[in-house]
Design a protein around this ligand. Structure first.
Ligand code: A3P
Length: 296
């Protein structure tokens, strides 16, 4: 048994036209050959769309509301990313996944066309969470400011241009949300919206339970919603990313659990920026049946 190699610092590799934070072609090759199991549950998102939030909801469901079990490790160590590994980790996330007992919950930010084929072959259940573009952009901008894992975003104006042209890690938000929207008609995908979960967490959690063919008592459902609310998660050291060294994430610059509020994004834009963004948005989303709420 050879000890796992420590992942090198992140760099951006272009795969199928998408900039991904993956260190080498060799690693991408291993990721694309990742062996999914039929009982894997996959949580797919574009970055900053509520991944960590949904992870807590799903962990609470899988552990039947046992808070102690949900606090067994920080969120990064509880559920591996299929493709992503933070550089301070001792081994790659896909190696960590290999050693995990079933049923696994695996995260991914990959666009649907780059998902390892075994996920489709095994017909895994997938939960996709989408968040409206402006809120996602602003959240991503602040995340770039506070983490050394991603480049300095410079001004919001400059970051906005990059976001619109898809020159950010994981590429175009527009292609991501549309790609998964189309994929849901062919695969077992529950497509959720961040704004809906915020507006009516009970109804959305019930949708998840139905999708997972689970039935839980009302009391447990209420417990899950309370435990995964923004205010409770913000104080939860295994969910709020404060356990990482400040050299990786500097929360005083901008906390990981920042606002958690739909509609927050657009207030960062000037009138002219809003107009330019909206015009470009209409073009990129034209012909799609996918619609977002920006307020709740
Ligand atoms: P903001 O920066 O807008 O506050 P991800 O986990 O995909 O990186 O997403 C992070 C975003 O989800 C952040 O958005 C964070 O505050 C928000 N978030 C995390 N937990 C949440 C919760 N329980 N309720 C609402 N938003 C939450």
């Amino acid at each position: 048994h050879t000890p796992a190699k420590k992942p090198p610092p992140m760099s951006i590799l272009e795969v199928g036209g998408v900039p991904l934070p993956i260190s080498s072609n060799e690693i991408w090759d291993k990721i694309s050959k990742f062996e999914a199991r039929p009982d894997d549950l996959i949580l797919a998102t574009y970055p900053k769309s509520g991944t960590t939030w949904m992870q807590e909801i799903l962990d609470m469901i899988q552990n039947e509301g046992d808070v102690e079990k949900c606090k067994r490790a920080i969120s990064l160590d509880r559920h591996p990313f299929i493709e992503l590994t933070f550089p301070f980790k001792k081994k790659y996330d896909f190696e960590m996944a290999l050693e995990m007992p079933s049923p696994r919950l695996l995260k991914t930010h990959l666009p649907s066309h780059l998902i390892p084929p075994s996920v489709w072959r095994q017909n895994c259940k997938i939960i996709y969470v989408a968040r409206n573009a402006k809120d996602c952009l602003v959240s991503y901008y602040h995340y770039h400011r506070m983490t050394t894992l991603l480049p300095d975003p410079k001004s919001l104006e400059e970051f906005c241009q990059k976001f619109m042209s898809g020159e950010v890690a994981y590429g175009s938000w527009y292609d991501h949300v549309k790609g998964w929207w189309a994929a849901k008609d062919k695969h077992q995908i529950l497509y959720l919206f961040y704004e809906d979960v915020k507006k009516d967490p009970k109804r959305e959690t019930e949708k998840i339970l139905k999708f997972l063919e689970k039935d839980i008592p009302e009391e447990l459902l209420n417990k899950i919603i309370c435990y995964t609310s923004f205010d409770v998660m913000k104080q939860n050291p295994v969910a709020n990313y404060t356990a990482l060294p400040t050299s990786i994430m500097d929360h005083p610059i901008s906390p990981f659990m920042r606002k958690g509020m739909p509609g927050d994004g657009k207030s960062f834009f000037t009138v002219a920026q809003n107009e330019e963004f909206d015009k470009d948005y209409q073009k990129k989303m034209a012909g799609s049946t996918l619609t977002f709420h920006t307020e709740i």
